[in-house]
Design a protein around this ligand. Structure first.
Ligand code: BTN
Length: 323
């Protein structure tokens, strides 16, 4: 049933603004006209606006601004990322589901999206607020060949550059705070959590979890972050279609991953540095203690390179830039 509906959506998406006749749909999907009609009604219930014109056929006018497997897939034009897609209305964390899926053999490029997370997690074991209906919370599974575990941090930076480029396309001025924060005008819009499973010095799989605030108003953000977080709706001044945001992000993520695999990290490194938050400024950096450091770039393997007050260089693999 779900497979047929996906095929139906794919056919409607392929024909874009053109009508596709009920007869054609029933032939291509090998189901009766009344079965097509039932599927159409189901899609309408999900919030699709579908136009049906006698002697012409059907076309989708608009997709719903809520999440479902169908709406996430409709019009997704990645080559491999997200082709294996799971949508769960409620989960603890898509990272947990992602690990389960990967252990059960989910292929490279599988993605799990949640409507809400009851135990969303951030870096350094922090809680990640993931209320239903406001944001995008999803995890992607990658199975890179022969990647040393040390290089897994690079994945966070690949994802950060991908997200930044997508957002720049929406007209936003984006900065990336090492390693995983996406900032707009000094406020956090999105975070990335990269986790991996490695064996014998090689990565078995990597799970890249992305959380992005989409349709929050200030008051919808968790009280503790209202002064330091933002959403696309706040920044762009209008509600965004959450499915479009998902598909745009996935497309950029796929492209960046492909570039990373074919050309190596060099290209990503220079892009990342050009978007770095407070580059060459004095920052408070927390390692074991909190100290003043100036960010001067990132290392070949994704670590942060800073200078201290005595002009001594440090390569930091685990640290936090304070606000
Ligand atoms: C951070 O900024 O510390 C990282 C936040 C990552 C949040 C995302 S939401 C989807 C995925 N599932 C989780 O539980 N966390 C990540």
């Amino acid at each position: 049933m779900e497979q047929t509906r996906k095929q139906l959506i794919d056919l409607l998406a392929e024909s874009k603004d053109q009508y596709i006749s009920g007869q054609e749909l029933s032939k291509r999907l090998n189901i009766s006209r009344s079965a097509i009609w039932k599927h159409m009604n189901e899609l309408k219930k999900q919030g699709y606006l579908i136009e049906g014109v006698t002697n012409k056929g059907y076309r989708i006018i608009s997709t719903p601004n809520s999440l479902s497997l169908d709406s996430l897939q409709w019009g997704l034009n990645t080559e491999w990322l997200g082709h294996q897609l799971v949508y769960e209305p409620t989960v603890t964390s898509t990272q947990i589901v992602g690990h389960d899926m990967a252990r059960d053999g989910a292929p490279h490029g599988s993605v799990v999206v949640a409507g809400e997370q009851t135990a969303g997690r951030g870096r350094m074991k922090r809680y990640w607020d993931s209320k239903e209906g406001y944001g995008l919370w999803f995890s992607s599974i990658f199975r890179p060949k022969n990647l040393a575990p040390k290089k897994a941090t690079q994945f966070t930076l690949v994802a950060a550059v991908a997200i930044a480029e997508y957002l720049e396309g929406l007209g936003l001025d984006v900065k990336i705070k090492w390693p995983n924060d996406i900032f707009i005008k000094g406020l956090k819009l999105s975070g990335i959590l990269t986790e991996m499973q490695a064996e014998h010095d090689s990565v078995e799989y990597i799970i890249v979890g992305i959380g992005l605030n989409v349709n929050h108003d200030i008051r919808d953000l968790h009280e503790s972050v209202q002064h330091k977080a933002t959403s696309l709706r706040i920044e762009l001044g209008e509600e965004q279609n959450i499915n479009d945001v998902f598909q745009g992000l996935l497309l950029h993520l796929e492209r960046k991953y492909d570039t990373f695999i074919s050309e190596g990290f060099k290209h990503i490194k220079s892009e990342w540095e050009s978007k770095a938050y407070r580059m060459n400024e004095w920052l408070d950096v927390r390692t074991n203690t909190t100290w003043k450091a100036k960010l001067i770039g990132i290392h070949e393997d994704g670590a942060m390179v800073v200078k201290d007050k005595d002009d001594k260089q440090h390569v930091l693999y685990s640290a936090e830039i304070l606000w």
